[in-house]
Design a protein around this ligand. Structure first.
Ligand code: NCD
Length: 332
């Protein structure tokens, strides 16, 4: 079975055990609630005596972080988020190389075993689209929620949620905003997941900028047409940046290119430096899920509109605190 089929057949499952599998599962009401909760967590986390109280909320519960693909931010921010709520955290890095997967164990079997150790939630990053939904089908039986931390070229819903929250926090709204998404839109799961969330806001306008061969895939474009979201594709930064409230840039996913030999060529099509920032409005923001390779020059980092090392990463930890509370069913 391929990942998409499995993901589709799993549509109902996430409603039952509070899994977080893909960004479409959130409706606007749920997003508004999540943002309010994240704002409250941020305010409490800023005060030392409140930090102690936050650590009581999931005191003694157990989180498993299982990563089959490389990760720094997602893994560490989930770890930090969990500990800030008092959870204990067990982590495997490079599970694809050092775990029993190398011996041929399926993700389903691994989940059966992990669930037997009694975790309160499992954060899973995997290299195959649909893996999180497959894991959820197993963990459902054990009543353990799965949080998809990126499944191949599929989805990365918690990243999309923190990205949407960052836009909301800066602009005070999502509706009416023009968002430029650029870089490797064909393989980047963060951009794909974010578009699904943005399409919940009927008046947003999207502009896609990607090298030939890395353009946003047809499934997403069909989704936008179906939901009557205005979008256009541009090839020049000059035609996109001046209209943007948000520029969301991504790296070329070298490891996912069907032909890796094209990397040097496609990776150098767009580079954002000080002159390109000059095309952007004063109140626009530049976002990036990170890791940044060379698509944004370090000279841009000190521009106050560049939020990838500041609000965006910080929001990752805060929103993951809110999400861990959600999947644990702890009332706020
Ligand atoms: C992204 C991912 O893993 O999809 N990183 C992240 O989680 N912030 C982006 C990437 O790898 O390019």
């Amino acid at each position: 079975l391929n990942g998409t089929l499995i993901a589709d057949s799993m549509k109902e499952v996430h409603c039952m055990a509070r899994h977080i599998l893909r960004s479409q599962q959130y409706d606007r009401e749920a997003l508004t609630r999540l943002f309010k909760k994240t704002g409250e967590i941020a305010a409490r986390f800023a005060r030392p005596e409140e930090r102690r109280a936050l650590r009581q909320l999931l005191d003694g519960r157990l989180l498993f972080n299982i990563f089959y693909e490389p990760s720094t931010r997602t893994r560490m921010s989930f770890g930090a988020a969990a500990r800030n709520l008092g959870m204990r955290v067990e982590t495997t890095e490079s599970a694809g190389h050092f775990s029993s997967a190398i011996k041929g164990e399926t993700v389903e079997d691994t989940m059966h075993v992990l669930c037997a150790y009694g975790p309160d939630a499992i954060v899973l990053r995997h290299n195959e689209a649909g893996a999180a939904a497959r894991a959820a089908a197993v963990c459902e039986v054990h009543d353990v929620p799965i949080i998809n931390a990126g499944d191949g070229t599929g989805q990365h819903p918690t990243q999309a949620l923190l990205d949407l929250f960052t836009i909301y926090q800066h602009h005070g709204a999502i509706d009416d905003k023009t968002i430029v998404l650029g870089g490797d839109l064909a393989h980047g799961r963060t951009a794909r997941s974010l578009v699904y969330l943005l399409s919940k806001y009927p008046r947003v306008r999207l502009i896609f900028v990607a090298p030939v061969g890395l353009k946003m895939r047809g499934d997403i474009l069909d989704h936008l047409r179906e939901h009557e979201i205005a979008f256009r594709e541009e090839t020049q930064l000059e035609a996109a940046f001046p209209d943007a409230d948000v520029v969301y840039w991504t790296r070329v996913q070298k490891e996912r290119l069907p032909d890796p030999s094209i990397y040097p060529e496609v990776a150098n099509v767009y580079t954002i430096g000080v002159p390109e920032m000059g095309l952007m409005r004063d109140n626009a923001i530049l976002m990036h899920p990170l890791p940044r390779v060379n698509e944004i020059k370090p000279e841009v980092d000190s521009d106050p509109r560049a939020v990838y090392f500041s609000h965006q990463v910080r929001n990752g930890m805060l929103i993951r605190m809110a999400l861990l509370l959600d999947v644990s069913g702890v009332a706020w």
